[in-house]
Design a binder for this molecule. Structure first.
Ligand code: GLN
Length: 534
């Protein structure tokens, strides 16, 4: 029978619940258990696909095409499992499904209510994650902070699960903040006590506390937290601020939280295989060289908007013992008249243009691509980055001056990038992009083949527009190689320009499949080329 771990948060948001949940999952997996992860987001949007990345950060895409919260990226990177549609549930999803059932007549006769209809739907999502993944342990993180109006129905559902399944099948981890008061020089436990009280008022008794603190908790503070929160002292876990997030599972491991969870579940405590993770942490802590790579985007003021991309760059850096410093370049700044590109890219060894939507900042990105091409700087374009690379090449090399995407100019004369045929009739914005895994066939004797070392790959997508095959011949004549193609739909997936040291771009998002111990092949070779470009 599947066991369930729930991770809630108190006091303030942004405590790192996602990393806490991922770290617990990593430890339990390393002890030989099959672990699956899930996040509940109490907002009303059906998914974060239509949200502004500046507010919400990146949209992470699962292999089955779900647009999800960026915490799922942490989950996949920590536990190295591909998640799916059961892994990110929002209030929007819950409400739409309940309302659909009501319209269909599933509840005929009943008044449809928060309890039991909404809460049952939530409970089903928890159980569904367990049964469909046939895992031993499911870890569910509840977004937001205990006390938020939006999360009440989720917590009520979890209370019912705790009651239904009992202590040996459920474990609640509450993440809180232990603030430090300058002057009196004390760590304070009261906000945590109050937050646990809030949780208990909702009928949930947490089994462990993960206390985010600037430094180690004294025995005295742990005693106090244990006593006032009715939590065994060995389950009062400290989460001290770290420089490197990969350290966190090891810090938890030392405090035996995973063992305590397994004990409560009556599951055997098998030996933890975490040597590979210790090696990773050691590598990250001992990086000797540094390499600067420019990331040119329009949401750069919030680095989380490009979380998986920046993580992927770092992963590849680890492989070559290099610390990758990202030069965050706001593409709109590049559009200013007297901009000095040489100055901006002074220390930059590689240029990356990631995905994006809408026309703001487009000209700046095209300028950056031109700069990379003309100066033979290693370049990686992702999704929009690939589309713009073909536009830049068409305009400046093939002399098709009016080359553009119909996303920015619906009536443009030379639509190098155009809406995909099956997108033309779509009117709803949410969930209607080309999403998730699609096949790609790699052409031999290309940079892409050198990277992947195989002909058939699967990569995750999130876009509405595509390269217009009408322009394939002219670009090819001028030196572009179309090295990756989706044969079923005849869509261009990878382009490269072999005349240069390293110039490659893809229509899909490789960043979703990179792992700290296994960088994605396209990031691997791009970062290697940037490191070598010295
Ligand atoms: N806006 C482009 C499209 O919809 C690119 C999307 C992206 O970069 N994810 O096709």
């Amino acid at each position: 029978m599947t066991k369930y771990v729930f991770v809630t948060g108190g006091v303030v948001s942004g405590l790192g619940k996602g990393i806490t949940a991922s770290s617990l999952a990593l430890l339990l997996k390393s002890r030989g258990y099959k672990v699956f992860m899930q996040k509940f987001d109490p907002y009303i949007n059906v998914d974060p696909g239509t949200m502004n990345p500046i507010q919400h950060g990146e949209v992470f895409v699962t292999k089955d095409g779900c647009e999800t919260d960026l915490d799922l990226g942490h989950y996949e990177r920590f536990i190295d499992e591909e998640l799916n549609y059961t892994s990110n549930i929002t209030s929007g999803k819950i409400y739409s499904s309940v309302i659909e059932k009501e319209r269909r007549g599933d509840y005929l006769g009943a008044t449809v209510q928060m309890v039991p209809h909404i809460t049952n739907e939530i409970k089903n999502k928890v159980y569904e994650a367990g049964t469909t993944s046939s895992s031993d342990i499911v870890i569910t993180e509840i977004g937001g902070t205990v006390g938020d109006i939006e999360s009440q129905s989720f917590l009520e559902a979890l209370r019912q699960i705790q009651y239904e399944l009992g202590k040996e099948n459920t474990f609640f981890v509450h993440t809180t903040l232990i603030p430090y008061i300058y002057g009196s020089g004390e760590l304070k436990t009261k906000p945590t006590q109050n937050s646990v009280k809030d949780l208990r008022n909702l009928g949930i008794t947490p089994n462990a506390l993960v206390c985010r603190a600037p430094f180690s908790l004294s025995e005295n503070i742990k005693d106090k937290l244990s006593m006032f929160c009715s939590i065994p002292k060995e389950n009062v876990i400290e989460a001290i601020d770290v420089k490197n997030i990969y350290q966190i599972p090891l810090n938890f491991y030392e405090q035996k939280i995973d063992e305590n969870i397994l004990k409560q579940f009556n599951l055997p405590i098998k030996k933890a295989e975490i040597k590979y993770w210790e090696d990773l942490v050691k590598t990250v802590n001992e990086l000797k060289e540094e390499t600067e790579i420019a990331l040119v985007g329009k949401y750069v003021e919030l680095h989380d908007a490009y979380l998986s991309v920046s993580e992927s760059l770092k992963h590849a850096g680890y492989k070559y013992k290099n610390k990758i410093n990202i030069n965050w370049v706001d593409s709109e700044l590049l559009e200013k008249e007297n901009v000095n590109l040489k100055e901006i890219f002074k220390n930059t060894k590689g240029i990356l243009v990631p995905g994006g939507f809408g026309s703001r900042g487009i000209d700046g990105k095209i300028k950056a691509i031109e700069y990379a091409r003309v100066n033979n700087i290693p370049f990686l374009g992702i999704c929009l980055g690939m589309q713009l690379a073909t536009i830049e090449f068409a305009r400046n090399v093939c002399n098709i001056k009016e080359a553009n995407s119909t996303e920015f100019d619906s009536l443009c004369k030379e639509p190098i990038i155009d809406l995909m045929a099956d997108q033309k009739s779509i009117t709803n914005m949410g969930g209607t992009l080309r999403l998730g895994n699609y096949e790609c066939k790699i052409k031999k004797d290309t940079l892409a083949y050198q990277d992947y070392k195989q002909e058939n790959i699967l990569e995750r997508h999130r876009h509405r527009y595509e390269f217009n095959n009408k322009y394939k011949e002219i670009l090819e004549k001028n030196g572009i190689v179309f090295s990756g193609i989706n044969e079923k739909a005849n869509l261009i997936e990878i382009i490269e320009y072999p005349k240069l040291k390293h110039f490659i771009a893809c229509q899909f998002h490789p960043e979703f499949k990179s792992r700290p111990t296994r960088p994605h092949p396209l990031f691997d070779s791009f970062v290697k080329a940037s490191i070598d470009n010295k």
